[in-house]
Write a protein that binds this ligand. Structure first.
Ligand SMILES: *[C@@H]1O[C@H](CO)[C@@H](O)[C@H](O)[C@H]1NC(C)=O
Length: 181
């Protein structure tokens, strides 16, 4: 007797049978809905990163000091966002549309509330103040300037006042040259 070649439909059926419905997807695996993902994960795209395929993503990182206490600061790993201020879909506080690349989907406050503990901020002289900005040729423009740095520093202050035992690290990419800054 000749073996029949399996059709696509029978193959798919067999594959579906082999995957128990309780098998939860791990971090980084592509998913359709939150319920596909293992506990502590949700199904999320990262549009700011150009990653539009939803993947199982950790809801919140583990607080490193909850695992082990008393280590020096530089022995812990902290979830850090690059260009934390460059938020997708935000207008410049100058009123201009932003033409420079964006890196994050969440506000600084929600980043902090979701466990981000390191913020990378690019600071420039702009409009007689210090702004969080990207530049063309070292120069900040309305369409690359997000907002004055003080606004974000105040968001961090509000978070730390409410959560005094948390540790937040600010990395300043410092382009400020004005003498009083
Ligand atoms: C930049 O924005 C400021 C408002 O913050 C405005 O007064 C100024 O005219 C804008 N500059 C340009 C070149 O559009």
């Amino acid at each position: 007797m000749m073996m029949q070649k399996p059709t696509l439909a029978t193959t798919l059926f067999a594959v579906l049978l082999l995957i128990p419905s309780s098998l939860a997807l791990k971090e980084g695996q592509t998913c359709v809905a939150d319920k596909n993902c293992d506990s502590g994960l949700h199904c999320e795209t990262c549009v700011a990163n150009g990653n539009v395929r939803p993947r199982c993503t950790r809801v919140q990182p583990i607080n490193p000091t909850s695992k082990i206490k008393g280590l020096p600061f530089n022995r812990y790993s902290w979830l850090t966002t690059h260009n934390s201020f460059a938020i997708l879909g935000k207008k410049s506080m100058t009123g201009s549309v932003i033409l420079s690349p964006t890196n994050q989907q969440d506000t600084i406050t929600s980043q902090l509330n979701n466990g981000v503990r390191g913020l990378m901020l690019d600071m420039y002289d702009f409009q007689n103040d210090i702004w969080l900005c990207h530049s063309f040729g070292g120069q900040c423009y309305n369409y690359t300037a997000f907002q004055p740095a003080i606004n974000v520093l105040k968001e961090i202050q509000v978070f730390l006042d409410a959560n005094p035992s948390e540790i937040v690290t600010i990395f300043i990419e410092d382009y400020v040259t004005s003498p009083k800054a």
